[in-house]
Design a protein around this ligand. Structure first.
Ligand code: PMP
Ligand code: GLN
Length: 393
């Protein structure tokens, strides 16, 4: 089933990295003609005005390399966004850099900050690229598990995960796939641990604006003592429903941003020259888009959770993101992968076996993630198909 298992020519650093579950499951959806409630991408594109700005840029000569750290107008727009939402005062010329999506920002940060043998404390379930990049850097991951049903951060487990070999804490809030938004108390504890052990924190905040029910996203870097040790990451993909553009950014103190750019320059050097001015425009002019998107996603979360709630599974209602997690053990499958592989034939629906995001096999074994960043009619049809199917093994 694995899309690209290692061959005897594959370098050892890739052997422990499974192929990304997202490609595997999206290919399954295409192959079987199933509804794709798996990979997290919206089925409606972001603002037309932003796309038009990119078209203008393509037509008006923005087609050669952008500067390595990004076009100045986008770096300024990111700084302005951080000031407007979080009261931060960033120097766009030294404390902001543009990356090829959050994915490159994560890879560059980990490659730049983690020495072989260093331990990286990371929230489990993990976004899959964290596992891959920590492996590629030769680091050792130390998971701190967010456990069902409420997926809160266990502060004792966090403290216990840190050793004298830990150098980096890789955080993700709002969290994919659980939808947890870390509270100020939880972030205070993270900050305390980071300061006490002199850790750098890399924090992936790509769902910063997709938060529901009045929960508040608090960037870790705004806590006392944290600015100087935090690399913050975000991206236009989720905020503006433009996941294919792969325009992301890192912000932080000058030395950390410089360090990350030190790795980034050898990954892509630079990307998406004509899209960068359009993302600057989006950040400056289209805040209304993500405000409306969060409301829309909250309603879709409710629609999907209500539908899943009529099935024989446990539904863990998320506070944020595109995703809802469930436990499917009552259907009798050995694990979530077996359930998800049976789902296209049984129901014409694809979902993600969240076990792919766990080292803790028992905690992950029966977890399945469903995406609600889809049109209401798609969610309704998915729920209808699931309700009509015999999902038992
Ligand atoms: N981090 C998390 C938690 C994600 O869910 C995703 C997927 N969108 C990414 C990073 C990757 O973001 P990008 O598409 O900007 O590379
Ligand atoms: N972030 C998206 C998700 O979690 C997928 C991105 C990808 O395919 N790498 O579904």
């Amino acid at each position: 089933m694995a899309a690209h298992p290692p061959s005897n020519r594959t370098a050892r650093r890739l052997h422990a990295i499974p192929p990304t579950i997202f490609s595997e499951m999206s290919a399954l959806a295409v192959r079987t003609g199933s509804l794709n409630l798996g990979q997290g991408f919206p089925d409606v594109d972001g603002p037309a005005s932003v796309i038009e700005t990119a078209v203008d840029a393509l037509r008006s000569g923005h087609n050669q390399y952008a500067p390595g750290p990004g076009v100045p107008e986008l770096r300024e727009a990111v700084a302005t966004h951080q000031a407007r939402h979080y009261g931060l005062d960033l120097d766009p010329s030294s404390e902001v850099a543009v990356t090829a999506g959050a994915t490159e920002a994560i890879a560059a940060a980990v490659l730049a900050l983690v020495n072989p043998g260093d331990e990286v404390v990371v929230l489990e379930p993990f976004y899959d690229s964290y596992v891959a990049t920590i492996e590629m850097a030769g680091g050792v991951r130390r998971p701190v598990t967010l456990r069902a049903p409420d997926f809160r951060l266990d502060l004792d487990a966090l403290r216990a995960a840190v050793t004298d070999r830990t150098t980096v804490l890789l955080l993700n809030t709002p969290h994919n796939p659980t939808g947890t938004v870390l509270t100020r108390e939880e972030l205070d504890a993270v900050a305390q641990v980071a300061i006490e052990h002199d850790l750098v924190v890399v924090t992936d905040e790509v769902y910063e604006h997709l938060v529901f029910d009045g929960h508040e996203h608090i960037p870790l870097c705004t806590l006392p003592g944290m600015w100087e040790r935090t690399v913050s990451i975000s991206s236009a993909g989720k905020t503006f429903s433009l996941t294919g553009w792969k325009v992301g950014w890192v912000t932080g103190p000058e030395d950390l941003v410089r360090t990350v750019v030190g790795a980034k320059q050898w990954l892509t050097f630079t990307n998406a020259a004509p899209l960068q001015p359009a993302v600057a425009y989006a950040l400056n002019e289209e805040a209304g888009f993500y405000e409306a998107l969060a409301k829309d996603l909250q309603a879709k979360r409710d629609l999907l959770c209500a539908g899943l709630g009529t099935l024989d599974l446990d539904v863990y209602v998320p506070e944020a993101t595109y995703f809802v997690n469930t436990d499917v053990r009552r259907y009798g499958y050995a694990d979530a992968m077996e359930f998800c592989l049976a789902l296209p034939e049984k129901a014409g629906v694809v979902a993600i076996p969240a076990q792919a995001f766990y080292d803790d096999r028992e905690e992950g074994r029966h977890k399945v993630r469903w995406a609600f960043c889809k049109e209401a009619t798609v969610i309704e049809e998915g729920v209808r198909r699931l309700g009509a199917a015999d999902l038992y093994r």
